[in-house]
Design a protein. Structure first.
Ligand code: XMP
Length: 315
């Protein structure tokens, strides 16, 4: 049985011994990076610099709330809005692995710049066990190049610190609860962000559709959970498909995009089963998306695939 109190104590002691210099962390505001930052902050205080990069592929209002969180945690932080750069880098790119590699590279470049300027010696990463296992870290195939694995330490000539490397998500959440972090129950969000929830080219316009649809899915599901109509899924979001279909808007023919709703139950993200969410909830989501996204989206589908054979994200 995992003991979060003990882990925190031991981890802070180890981190104090392990780190002897200025340290950088990429702060996404997710459970993993927030727990990491809180632990390392306990160990070394202001020697830690948290950096949040707004890639332009964040969810609605997300980067602003991440900045607030960094401030509230008393972190020494920097906020970088690099959305234009990321959009430019992904222009014309459709292949999922290329998208992941390009985003990973850009992150590395931006971090290198901060690391050089700040004379960084250590880099903290919120890698958890499923990340490196699925990125081919064991005797397995690379399923996807998870964005927070590999690349950084070799390029940056810094020592890598991974306090959560052997943990699974439920264990990280336990630590977050013990530390009283407001992100303990947040659903996971992938490093490449909405770019991998826009199938095909992730232009700013297409990303805006996925962002709004994700927001609607999150809001409606959270409302239903609050009302006791359903259990909270592990993850729930929307995906913009590269498929246009014929519909009718008012009394006119429409030819618009398709959005897939995805909601899954999982323990550790290694496997998942699709959530059997109540039809009235799907109904509300569908109506809201098509009402709010007007002529641009006119078809909503629900993903009923488990992992395996699917994965949680579509790319
Ligand atoms: P998949 O889609 O591989 O996702 O079944 C498993 C879990 O990992 C999340 N995910 C990522 N997390 N960087 C991350 O930190 C990534 O590049 C990444 N890709 C997927 C996904 O949302 C799910 O929770």
């Amino acid at each position: 049985m995992f003991n979060a109190d003990r882990f925190i104590k031991e981890s802070v002691t180890t981190l104090k011994q392990e780190i002897a210099g200025k340290t950088l962390i990429a702060f996404s505001g997710g459970v993993d990076s927030t727990v990491c930052a809180a632990l390392v902050n306990k160990a070394i205080g202001d020697q830690l610099i948290a950096v949040h990069i707004d890639t332009g592929y964040m969810r609605k209002g997300e980067s602003a709330s991440v900045e607030k969180l960094m401030r509230n945690l008393g972190l020494n932080y920097q906020f970088i809005d690099a959305s234009k750069e990321f959009y430019a880098a992904l222009k014309g790119v459709e292949d999922p692995e290329k998208k992941r590699k390009i985003i990973g590279e850009k992150f590395i470049r931006l971090f290198e710049q901060v690391a050089k300027k700040e004379n960084i010696d250590y880099l903290v990463q919120g890698t958890i066990a499923p990340d490196w296992i699925e990125s081919g870290g064991e005797l397995r195939d690379t399923i996807k190049s998870h964005h927070n694995v590999g690349g950084l330490p070799e390029r940056m000539d810094v020592k890598l610190v991974e306090p959560l490397r052997d943990l699974y998500k439920d264990e990280v959440r336990k630590i977050a609860r013990v530390l009283g972090l407001p992100v303990a129950e947040r659903q996971p969000f992938p490093g490449p962000g909405l770019s991998i929830r826009v199938i095909g080219e992730a232009t700013p316009e297409r990303t805006a559709l996925a962002r709004e649809a994700c927001h609607i899915v999150e809001t409606e599901i959270e409302k239903a959970v609050e009302k006791g109509e359903m259990e909270k899924p592990w993850q729930y979001f929307a995906v913009l498909l590269p498929v246009k279909t014929v519909g009718v808007h008012g009394d006119k023919r429409a030819y618009g995009h398709t959005i897939a709703i995805r909601a899954v139950h999982s323990i550790d993200a290694m496997t998942c089963s699709y959530s059997t969410i109540p039809h009235q909830v799907i109904d509300k989501i569908s109506t809201k998306i098509t009402n709010e996204l007007g002529t641009r989206v006119n078809r909503i589908v629900y993903d009923v695939t488990n992992k395996p054979p699917g994965t949680v994200e579509w790319e």
